[in-house]
Design a protein around this ligand. Structure first.
Ligand code: NAI
Ligand code: MG
Length: 501
């Protein structure tokens, strides 16, 4: 079981999962995990270190090279994944409740998310036995074919905003491809990933195929990335940490995929359906309290519509109900952790210092329904210039920067003038304009007249500094495989051995 008896009364004590066994950290140390709504600890998590990382990688390596897993046919791997999907579906409410205890996101959103997560295991379970090599019509006397093989031990490092969803983006294709994994969840939200391991065990995965180590990034994440037996690192989180992971992985030529930050433009033209675009702007920045990598944090509004649109947006957003994320009617919950809360508040000061106008919010939320939690008022700044820090840097909170533009050309120029390229929204009824923007915006996802839609079937990832590689969709499984080219000579005699053939 993921939870053991706790010495500290009232706190649930979690354990790591390595080699099919539940264990404490080698040091025996733990740290507290907080509920952002109460700002109080509710669980104890093992504080892993280099020794734990090494033990988990060895277990994963053992499971990759010996035992049942390497001999399992892809169809059998697929069946295991589908069984895990069924178990997640049966436990969706419980897992969602755990996630809300740790990250304070709305139960309405997390329950829907957890009911959707099984699809990743069904889709990639189905794909496991459909990865086909090819026969190359080779220009030499030989039969040449390709096959796609797993990489080996893969490290999966995840953030706190949607722990199990973002883990599933990685775990389902990594296992479908035949790898074994070591997961390092965020230190702010480890509980649901550990609880998932009970389901991995019930599904019948061989010991060591899936391992979870917990603790802080520099203490246990860094040695995991450094371990020579790790062949790939799949990471979601901040750009700074992503760059660090990339550099570390480069030392011994590990593969990486990185899903990093964004400063996505949500672009509103004066020919849009205004009520829809207002809702799209709100869901782009206030859903999940703005703590999503795809947040539409720069709202670009055509000058001719600007004042009317901002009025409508502010009056709609100002009705948002804040409070207990476990209450069904709540619309904006707390910020997930104290450092993030402080970071968001510091950006409010930065923006004000840059001379923006605050038309909604702009500070801590002190409403009685917010209690002691880490709440920030939904905030809208107007008069923002795209060169300001509030328009260029990821805040990861409920903070919207509104930037006016004249015409299509200027919208594209401002939209692309940022180091990131994760996503973009476009609101217009003109099909020519919609397709032109879809072509010219530098982003891995472009939404036309919608925002924040994600599916297991559709590739997801970043342009520019938003990342490397794609998750979801058919190409995602190939991120966890390597191609082998096999040559069989059909020559009737061995040619000159001293020249290349
Ligand atoms: P982070 O990027 O530091 O953490 C992500 C994961 O990486 C965590 O599991 C962490 O323990 C691990 N990690 C940290 N240092 C590591 C190292 N040296 N080697 C290996 N693993 C390491 O993000 P953090 O501190 O949780 O949040 C900071 C900022 O990141 C936020 O303010 C937000 O701007 C951004 N963020 C972006 C996300 C996204 O989806 N793009 C998700 C979460 C945060
Ligand atoms: Mg927490």
């Amino acid at each position: 079981m993921a939870v053991a008896a706790s010495a500290q009364e009232g706190l649930r004590r979690y354990r790591m999962y390595v080699g099919g066994e539940w264990s404490d950290a080698a040091s025996g140390e733990t740290f507290e995990s907080f509920d952002p709504y109460t700002a109080k600890p509710w669980a104890l998590i093992p504080r892993g270190g280099a020794e734990d990382a090494a033990r988990a990688v060895e277990a994963a390596h053992e499971a990759f090279t010996a035992g049942e897993w390497p001999g399992l046919h892809a169809s059998a791997r697929g069946a295991l994944l589908r069984r895990l999907g069924d178990l997640i579906a049966e436990n969706a409410e419980r897992l969602a409740d755990l996630e809300v205890s740790d990250n304070g996101k709305l139960i309405s959103e997390m329950a829907a998310q957890l009911r959707y997560v099984p699809q990743w295991y069904y889709y990639f379970g189905g794909l496991a036995d459909k990865v086909e090599g090819s026969v190359i019509p080779i220009d030499k006397p030989a039969f040449n074919y390709t096959k796609h093989e797993p990489l080996g031990v893969v490290a999966l490092i995840t953030p706190w905003n949607s722990p199990l969803l973002l883990l599933s983006f990685k775990l389902a294709p990594a296992l479908a491809a035949g790898n074994t994994v070591v997961i390092k969840p965020s230190e702010f939200t480890s509980a649901s990933t550990l609880a998932l391991m009970e389901l991995v065990e019930q599904a019948g995965f061989p010991k060591g195929v899936v391992n979870v180590i917990t603790g802080f990034g520099p203490e246990v994440g860094q040695p995991l990335v450094e371990h020579p037996k790790v062949r790939k690192v799949a990471f979601t989180g901040s750009s700074a940490t992503g760059a660090r992971v990339y550099e570390t992985a480069a030392r011994d030529i590990k593969r990486v995929s990185l899903e990093l930050g964004g400063k996505s433009p949500n672009i509103v033209f004066d020919d849009c359906r205004i009520e829809d675009a207002v809702k799209g702007a709100v869901s782009g920045i206030f859903a999940a309290t703005g703590q999503t990598c795809i947040a539409g944090s720069r709202l670009l509004v055509q000058e001719s519509l600007h004042d009317e649109f901002v009025d409508k947006l502010v009056s709609f957003a100002s009705t948002a109900k804040m409070g207990n994320p476990k209450a069904a009617e709540t619309q904006v919950g707390p910020v997930t952790n104290l450092p993030q809360y402080e970071k968001v508040l510091s950006y409010l000061d930065i923006a004000k210092g840059e001379g923006v106008e605050t038309v909604l919010g702009g500070g801590k939320a002190t409403r009685p329904e917010c209690g002691e939690g880490w709440f920030v008022e939904p905030t809208v700044f107007t008069g923002v210039e795209n060169s300001m820090r509030i328009a260029q840097e990821e805040v990861f909170g409920p903070v919207l920067a509104v930037i006016p533009f004249k015409d299509e050309e200027e919208a594209i120029e401002i939209g692309n003038d940022v180091v990131f390229g994760l996503a973009a929204g476009v609101w217009t009824q003109d099909i020519r304009r919609a397709l032109t923007l879809a072509d010219r915006i530098q982003a891995g996802t472009v939404w036309i007249n919608t925002y924040r839609a994600v599916s297991y079937m559709s590739p997801f990832g970043g342009y520019k500094q938003s990342g490397i590689g794609r998750e979801n969709g058919q190409e995602a499984i190939r991120e966890f495989m390597q191609t082998k080219s096999v040559w069989i000579s059909t020559a009737s005699e061995v040619p000159n051995p001293f020249v290349m053939r």
